[in-house]
Write a protein that binds this ligand. Structure first.
Ligand SMILES: Cc1cc2nc3c(=O)[nH]c(=O)nc-3n(C[C@H](O)[C@H](O)[C@H](O)COP(=O)(O)OP(=O)(O)OC[C@H]3O[C@@H](n4cnc5c(N)ncnc54)[C@H](O)[C@@H]3O)c2cc1C
Length: 405
């Protein structure tokens, strides 16, 4: 079997893996990223590039080039309850270079980052290469066994970073204990057409027990329709026309586009929602980050933000150690120490929102009264910076501290 060696092996070319790979390569560390797909044109995973990520790109001197790619600006977040509209978030109030979320296909973002990373001679990206197992040397993880276009390959590394997403095989093989926080709902993803005059933005819609989130994407609306956990089979059994009627009930100005747009259940993708986190993010030789360490609920659309923030923290903490040698477990534990608090706080908000607001709403048949917090933000625009901060920046935003070499 072919064997290669690298200082730092990152498994997973998603937002966490690619950002971490870029930062470590920029800092002069020999780094290899494995991605199992042959390109970044993966399933829809959310297209949000948050103000905090844009700030990181600014700190790296990449922002001007990045903003030359096509994207849509989302500056406000609102919610329609019945026929009343409430504005709850204003990203214009953030103290960041970009006061908006940039909506951009995730593959464009990943192509951009990987293109920049490839300019460093010490960066290697191995596409179509899937990690299958960990290599253990005593108690220490020393790399992975993978399958690539040329067959099986052994990749040895001083440090392996698991950034392989919420279904992480490395996390499963590592035996690190995972805590499931539960989620009472799943999400159906679908698209509706955009027409001239539509309000560009992020809109939640609640009506008669239906809940729909619409994300403006200039030529279509990316929609998340919330259903009770495990409820998709029952919806399919009821038939397409009943499903379309449910959508029409809640889609407001887009209701008349539903019949034309949804012709088959194949156009509706199920996201099984999981919310979990590792109790310990590392063992000797192995560090988990991003969804591999903590799968986030889609509430607030913050998973990418957290994944990128983990990557920056991991590079800041581990980069200088990797330049000198192999990180010890005590070095790895600093990453969890830095990132666990922001993760726990955001997950606590998500679990409270899903259990107190979302679950009762999808069980009900009537349109709920606007919760006091929604009315508070709507009536006091100055407070709209708070939810914008929580979603756009998260808790304790990271900054690039590791120097370029
Ligand atoms: C339908 C959907 C919609 C979402 N919408 C949003 C949103 O609007 N905003 C938001 O912030 N978040 C959203 N999320 C969450 C967001 O996608 C994740 O939180 C984020 O992508 C996590 O980044 P990551 O790099 O940790 O993992 P991932 O993005 O999952 O990346 C993991 C990468 O590892 C690769 N990989 C997996 N296993 C292996 C292996 N064994 N070997 C090699 N490579 C491997 C995968 O192909 C993938 O490229 C959404 C998620 C889903 C599923």
């Amino acid at each position: 079997m072919e064997t290669i060696s690298t200082t730092c092996l990152i498994v997973g070319g998603g937002p966490a893996g690619m950002m971490c790979g870029y930062l470590l390569a920029r800092a002069g560390v020999d780094v290899t990223v494995l991605e199992k797909h042959k390109d970044f044109l993966r399933d829809f995973r959310g297209d949000t590039v948050h103000p905090s990520t844009l700030q990181i790109l600014h700190e790296l001197g990449l922002l001007d080039d990045f903003l030359k790619l096509p994207f849509t600006k989302v500056s406000h977040a609102g919610i329609d309850i019945g026929d009343a509209h409430f504005q709850v978030g204003d990203f214009g109030r953030l103290n960041t270079v970009c006061k908006f979320i940039a909506m951009m296909p995730q593959w464009d973002f990943l192509d951009f980052l990987s293109g920049r990373a490839k300019k460093f001679p010490n960066f290697r990206l191995m596409m179509e290469t899937e990690a299958k197992d960990l290599i253990a040397q005593g108690d220490r993880i020393a790399g992975v066994l993978a399958t690539g276009p040329a067959g099986n390959i052994q990749i040895k590394a001083g440090l392996t970073i698991a950034a392989d997403g919420r279904g992480s095989i490395l996390r499963d093989k590592s035996g690190l204990p995972l805590r499931d926080l539960g989620a009472p709902f799943d999400v159906l993803w679908l698209r509706l057409p955009v027409l001239p005059g539509d309000p560009a933005g992020l809109i939640g819609k609640v009506k008669g027990g239906q809940l729909l989130v619409m994300i403006y994407r200039s030529d279509y609306w990316q929609c998340a329709y919330i259903i009770a956990k495990g409820g998709f089979d029952a919806i399919k059994a009821e038939g397409l026309s009943k499903f379309r009627n449910r959508l029409k009930e809640v889609a407001g100005f887009a209701a008349r586009r539903v019949d034309e747009a949804i012709r088959d259940f194949d156009q509706v993708k199920l996201l099984t929602v999981t919310v979990n986190r590792l109790e310990s993010w590392a063992r000797p030789g192995l560090q988990c980050i991003g969804d591999a360490a903590h799968a986030m609920s889609p509430i607030g659309g913050v998973g990418i933000n957290l994944a990128i923030q983990d990557a920056v923290a991991a590079a800041n903490i581990l980069g200088p150690v990797l330049r000198r040698g192999v990180p010890r477990l005590s070095d790895l534990k600093k990453v969890q120490k830095r990132r666990e608090f922001p993760t726990k706080v955001i997950q606590a908000f998500q679990v409270a929102a899903q259990n107190r607001l979302l679950a009762p709403t999808i069980k009900a048949t009537d349109t709920p009264k606007p919760p006091w917090i929604v009315r508070l933000f709507n009536d006091h625009p100055r407070l709209q910076g708070l939810p914008a901060r929580l979603v756009g920046l998260g808790i304790r935003p990271e900054h690039v501290k590791i120097a370029r070499q």
